[in-house]
Design a protein around this ligand. Structure first.
Ligand SMILES: [Fe+2]
Ligand SMILES: [Fe+2]
Length: 350
């Protein structure tokens, strides 16, 4: 009974508002609604109200934990004809019964890997992947000379103390937690440059994209680590608190001194390289099991199918070295009294 009421009100809203020129029903709402109904009930209700199929329903698991599972998802397609022409109704069912609906019928084209198997990820596409440059110099260090550089360096060293005490040598957990912070600076800086570009009617010299790519790359580090280590409830709470503080602190800092903000990030990346080097040491000496690489990492970094955790940490560390160079470079540009857009951004590598 409750289910019927919910679906009727959703369908009514869609039909009434749709005829007025389009109301968007979010996929989240639809997913929640459909989640309490059997998929067939949803379709039946749509047809009985409209006399035609309305858009496309997708049943799929959003973030698959393994490529194999995602590929194995069952897809069925159903077609029906209404007053306004033929519309396609496609459905994907998952073992956990989760449902994602798109009433506007936007479907992702079928994408294949080079070997002909189906591309299982919605969160990134084959052309967004890359091969890490593992030959990058890992030992480079920006020697702090100016007052601001020393402030940045000391700040990062100070921040490292509580993390060392909290995590000690639990590098998997440490990496997972710190990646939730590492993805913030690129997003904040990219967002602020984006807004500046709008305000000043100016190009950014590619820096918006470069910094947002850095944020995305860091987020992929997190998506990889979370396949290996599951956060506990108090760790989730900690992430929430740290994000609230760090996002706002970095936002204000970037407004006041992008030079200092990029320098701090540069030093944070130097610390990340150090942490991942220690992580690799523990894998090599057997203290951390060298498990097979998660499927998401194999596709994102284009690793061989038999890649291991060691390979994953090696490419992640190379990414951190790249972020280190990008952020020290950005700070140096500001040190020369210039804006980032005056120097071409290092695009093309995440
Ligand atoms: Fe990272
Ligand atoms: Fe990083």
């Amino acid at each position: 009974m409750m289910n019927n009421l919910v679906i009727r009100s959703v369908v009514r809203g869609l039909l009434v508002n749709g005829s007025r020129g389009g109301r968007y029903i979010s996929t989240a709402t639809a997913a929640t609604t459909a989640g309490v109904l059997k998929p067939t009930e949803v379709l039946t209700e749509f047809r009985s109200r409209n006399g035609a199929s309305v858009g496309v329903l997708y049943w799929r698991r959003m973030m698959s934990t393994s490529a194999e599972t995602a590929v194995a998802e069952k897809e069925t397609t159903e077609k029906s004809v209404g007053k306004q022409g033929e519309k396609e109704v496609a459905s994907l069912k998952t073992s956990d019964g989760s449902v994602i609906s798109s009433y506007w019928g936007i479907s992702r084209p079928k994408i294949l890997r080079e070997d002909g198997t189906e591309w299982p990820w919605n969160c990134f596409m084959p052309w967004e992947t890359y091969r890490a440059n593992t030959s990058i110099d890992l030992s480079k260090h920006h020697v702090p000379k100016t007052f601001l550089d020393k402030v940045a360096y000391r700040t990062v060293k100070l921040l490292r103390l509580p993390t060392d005490i909290f995590f000690q040598r639990r590098y998997g957990c440490r990496a997972m937690m710190l990646e939730t912070v590492a993805a913030v600076p690129g997003m904040v800086a990219g967002m602020l440059l984006h807004l500046r570009s709008l305000r000043r009617f100016q190009q950014s010299g590619g820096w918006i994209k470069a910094l947002l790519e850095e944020a995305e790359n860091e987020r992929m580090h997190l998506m990889t680590m979370v396949e290996l280590v599951q956060p506990r409830w108090y760790e989730r709470f900690l992430v929430l608190a740290v994000q609230g503080v760090f996002f706002n602190a970095y936002f204000v800092l970037y407004l006041l001194s992008p030079k200092l903000a990029h320098r701090i990030t540069g030093y944070l990346e130097e610390e990340a390289i150090h942490s991942y080097t220690e992580f690799l040491k523990d894998i090599k000496n057997g203290q951390i099991e060298n498990v097979p690489a998660p499927a998401i990492a194999i596709d994102y970094w284009r690793l061989p199918n038999d890649a291991t955790l060691e390979d994953v940490i090696t490419v992640i560390r190379a990414d951190e070295a790249h972020h280190r160079d990008v952020n020290h470079f950005a700070s140096d540009i500001h040190y020369q009294g210039k804006e980032l857009r005056e120097a071409p951004a290092p695009l093309g590598y995440h």
